[in-house]
Design a protein around this ligand. Structure first.
Ligand SMILES: Cc1cc2nc3c(=O)[nH]c(=O)nc-3n(C[C@H](O)[C@H](O)[C@H](O)COP(=O)(O)OP(=O)(O)OC[C@H]3O[C@@H](n4cnc5c(N)ncnc54)[C@H](O)[C@@H]3O)c2cc1C
Ligand code: FES
Length: 270
């Protein structure tokens, strides 16, 4: 199994190294923090204080997108007040962050299962870091399958990054402007059930809202028990104390921030 870098989260004032708008309203930010980079693993997240003046009061959870030696990257969409303020940060500005938080993805190194990464919209954010990890352990082309779903071709993120890492990339758009018309969930189901794969040997990693994850888990029911999903829920403390992010799972109520955000598929299937 992949090494689990479980360590205490740290609160740091970190410097923004760079920020770029990669698609309209979607930003990639590189943040300097050797201490967080050293202990972070794919699927964990940062809790970010977006404003400098105490507004908005609550931190915002954003997945760790890529992990460097001394820095970490995030990829985020501007949704409301917090992310709007974040998008105004420039190189040299500082950010108050807590991280790394939560439990990330587990990769079973000895496993022979085919790895499939399924991302709807911003779900690509935690999955690219996982692709970095998977690409290090595999040889040759098509080291893993990637299914990207988006509203239109303009909303597809990280296609080139996944390809550069050796991913066999498949695309679905709601309007059919690129790849197959429809959802990432439907495309993933068809690939899993195609003759090319023995579906029990396909291990799915996905990220997004719980309803999308539940739908995907139901559609591919029976695929590898190693399959995992990173869930999104509104958060307050981010540290497991307030129960604000609790969700119902097969094994009772769980906190997305502390017990997750990555859960096993069989825990989230209704
Ligand atoms: C573990 C985790 C990891 C995440 N990783 C990323 C990431 O890598 N990139 C990214 O772009 N986003 C990510 N998100 C979502 C991100 O936290 C929210 O988009 C952000 O908190 C919105 O803050 P805001 O102040 O801009 O919007 P707000 O002003 O707080 O909200 C604007 C509107 O969006 C709704 N909203 C806000 N957050 C959520 C949410 N989590 N679920 C459903 N509705 C919401 C609010 O109800 C409101 O209607 C993640 C969330 C979680 C829990
Ligand atoms: S946000 Fe407080 S317990 Fe998860």
């Amino acid at each position: 199994m992949m090494k689990q870098y479980k360590s205490m989260p740290k609160q740091v004032i970190a410097k923004v190294i760079s920020q770029k708008e990669v698609k309209r309203g979607c930003f990639r930010m590189k943040i300097e923090s050797p201490i967080i980079a050293r202990s972070a693993s794919p699927g964990q997240f940062l809790h970010i204080l977006c404003g400098d003046s105490g507004y908005p009061l609550l931190r915002r959870p954003i997945s760790i997108h890529r992990i460097g030696k001394k820095d970490i990257e995030i990829l985020y969409s501007v949704i409301g007040k917090g992310t709007k303020i974040l998008s105004g940060k420039r190189s040299g500005d500082t950010l108050d962050i807590i991280g790394p938080l939560g439990n990330g993805f587990k990769v079973f190194k000895g496993s022979r299962s085919v790895k499939m990464l399924v991302a709807g919209g911003m779900g690509v954010a935690p999955l690219l870091g996982l692709a970095d990890e998977l690409s290090r352990g595999a040889k040759g082309k098509n080291k893993f399958i990637v299914v990207l779903g988006a509203r239109t071709h303009n909303h597809i993120l990280c296609e080139g990054d996944f390809k550069r890492l050796g991913g066999d990339v498949h695309i679905a758009t709601e309007d059919g402007s690129k790849g197959r018309r429809g959802s990432a969930t439907d495309l993933a189901r068809d690939i899993v059930h195609s003759k090319k794969y023995k579906w029990r040997d396909v291990c799915i990693y996905t990220a997004g809202p719980i309803n999308m994850v539940k739908a995907l888990a139901r559609l591919v029911e029976g695929c590898s028990i190693e399959s995992q999903a990173s869930l999104e829920e509104r958060m307050a403390c981010g540290l497991g104390a307030c129960l604000g992010c609790a969700i119902e799972t097969q094994s009772g109520y769980k906190r997305v921030c502390k017990d997750g955000p990555v859960f096993n598929f069989c825990e989230v299937v209704a």
